[in-house]
Design a protein. Structure first.
Length: 403
C-alpha cells in the first residue's frame, strides 16, 4: 500500500503520462468540495498529465470514477501495483492553499481563464492568489532576458505601463530582469505572475517583495503543488501558461537560446501573436528577438504598434476604493521609474555597469538612474572602465560598452 511518506514528489506525478494525444474535451464545473479534492488527486497521481486527465474525465464524467479506473489504465500500460495519489496528500495541499488564501481553479469552472482553457495542454488545476477579475481582461505576455540592458529595461517598463494604461493585463513569469520590470510597471493597471514552483515558493528570492505586491494588487498563478521549489524542467511548463493566458507574447530582449524563445514557440503553437523589440545586432541579449523578427515576428517599437495589431481593448473600470492608488501607480510607471538598486556582482560596480550597458549608447544620467547608485560611485567606475578600454564615451554624455 502506498502511504503519504512513500509517495513520489508531486512534481513527478505528471511525468510520462499514460496518454500523450490531447483530448478535445472540457470537464464540467467542479461540483462540491469532494469533487474538487478528487480532481486534485487525479492530476497529482503518478503519470497523469493533462492529456490523461482529460481522457479519464471524458470517459468517466467525474474525478471519483476516474480515480477508480486509474489502476486498470496503469495495468494496461504495463504499470503494476499502481495506486493513485492518496487523499491525505491532496488534502494537505488544499490546507496549504487555505493557509495562504489561495483559490483552486479547475478546468471547466466559470472563473478558469477562458484563453488558457483553449490550449491543448491546459493545466487541469490552477492555484490563484489575488484579483481573479484580471483573468477576464485581455492580456499580453512580456518576457525577456534576466540580464536586461539599460535600454531594454526602459523599453520593458514603458511598454508594460503604456499597454496596462490601454487596458491590457500584463502577464509574465516573475523572473529577474524583463519579467520583474514588466510586473512592476504594470502593478497599478493589472499584472499576472505565473510561477514555475509552488505558489508559496518565491523564485528568485530577490523578487519576494514584488511577489507580495502582486498578490495584493494583481494575481499570482501556479499549477504546481505547494512547497515545490522549481527545477529546470518546470520553467517550460510555466511558459506555456504565460503564453496561453495572452493574446500575444512580446519578447523585449532574449539570447538566441533562452527560455523567452521557448515562450515564443509556445505562443506560435497556440495560435498567439509573436512580437519582438529589435536590438543592436552586436548585443547578444538582442539576438533572440532579432531572430524572431527575421522569422516573421511583428517588430514592436512602442505600445502603439501592439494596439495597431491587436486593437484597442476597453479599459477595465478601477475599484472605487482603489482608484487613487492605482492611478498614482499608473502615472508613476509611465514616468519611467528607476530600477531598484541591483545587488553588486562579484566584479563590483564596474561589472554591474558592463552588464547593464550594451553597444547602443545610453546617457550617463539615465545609467545612474537605472543602477540606483550614487552618481559619484558610478562616475568613478566609468572613469576606470574608460581607461581600461571597456566603455566608449560619445558626445552628449553618452556611454556604451566597447565591442
Amino acid at each position: 500500500m502506498w502511504t503519504v511518506a512513500d509517495s513520489p514528489p508531486a512534481a513527478q506525478w505528471a511525468d510520462a503520462a499514460f496518454y500523450e494525444v490531447p483530448v478535445s474535451y472540457t470537464p464540467p464545473p467542479a461540483d462540491g468540495a469532494a469533487e474538487r479534492l478528487a480532481r486534485l488527486r487525479l492530476i497529482r497521481s503518478r503519470r497523469v498529465g493533462p492529456a490523461t486527465y482529460l481522457r479519464l474525465m471524458a470517459e468517466h464524467g467525474a474525478a471519483h470514477a476516474a480515480l477508480d479506473a486509474l489502476p486498470e489504465v496503469a495495468r494496461a500500460a504495463g504499470v503494476e501495483a499502481y495506486t493513485p495519489c492518496p487523499e491525505p496528500v491532496a488534502a494537505a495541499e488544499m490546507r496549504a492553499a487555505e493557509r495562504l488564501g489561495a483559490r483552486m481553479l479547475c478546468l471547466g469552472d466559470p472563473d478558469y481563464p477562458a484563453a488558457l482553457a483553449e490550449i491543448s495542454d491546459a493545466p487541469p488545476i490552477l492555484w490563484a492568489l489575488g484579483d481573479l477579475s484580471l483573468l477576464a481582461r485581455p492580456a499580453l505576455a512580456m518576457v525577456g532576458t534576466r540580464n536586461a540592458s539599460a535600454l531594454g529595461a526602459r523599453m520593458a517598463r514603458r511598454l508594460a505601463a503604456d499597454l496596462g494604461a490601454a487596458g491590457f493585463t500584463v502577464v509574465s513569469g516573475l523572473a529577474r530582469g524583463i519579467d520583474a520590470l514588466a510586473h512592476s510597471a504594470a502593478l497599478g493597471t493589472g499584472t499576472i505572475a505565473v510561477q514555475a514552483g509552488g505558489l508559496d515558493v518565491i523564485y528568485p528570492t530577490e523578487n519576494t517583495e514584488l511577489a507580495h505586491d502582486i498578490a495584493r494588487q494583481g494575481l499570482r498563478l501556479s499549477e504546481m503543488p505547494f512547497g515545490l521549489h522549481p527545477q529546470a524542467r518546470h520553467f517550460p511548463r510555466r511558459n506555456r501558461i504565460v503564453s496561453g493566458l495572452a493574446r500575444a507574447v512580446i519578447v523585449v530582449e532574449a539570447a538566441a537560446r533562452s527560455g523567452s524563445l521557448i515562450t515564443a514557440r509556445c505562443a506560435a503553437d497556440q495560435g498567439r501573436e509573436v512580437m519582438a523589440v529589435p536590438g543592436h545586432p552586436m548585443d547578444s541579449r538582442a539576438s533572440g528577438a532579432n531572430l524572431l523578427i527575421r522569422d516573421g515576428a511583428l517588430l514592436i517599437r512602442s505600445a502603439e504598434d501592439v494596439i495597431e495589431a491587436l486593437g484597442q481593448p476597453a479599459p477595465a473600470p478601477l475599484p472605487q476604493s482603489d482608484t487613487a492608488t492605482r492611478m498614482a501607480a499608473r502615472q508613476h510607471a509611465r514616468q519611467d521609474p528607476p530600477r531598484p538598486q541591483q545587488p553588486t556582482p562579484p566584479g563590483g560596480i564596474e561589472a554591474l555597469i558592463l552588464d547593464t550597458l550594451g553597444p547602443s549608447p545610453v546617457a550617463e544620467d539615465q545609467l545612474i538612474r537605472d543602477l540606483a547608485r550614487p552618481p559619484r560611485e558610478v562616475a568613478q567606475a566609468l572613469a576606470i572602465l574608460e581607461m581600461a578600454g571597456r566603455i566608449t564615451r560619445a558626445a552628449g554624455g553618452m556611454v556604451s560598452r566597447t565591442s
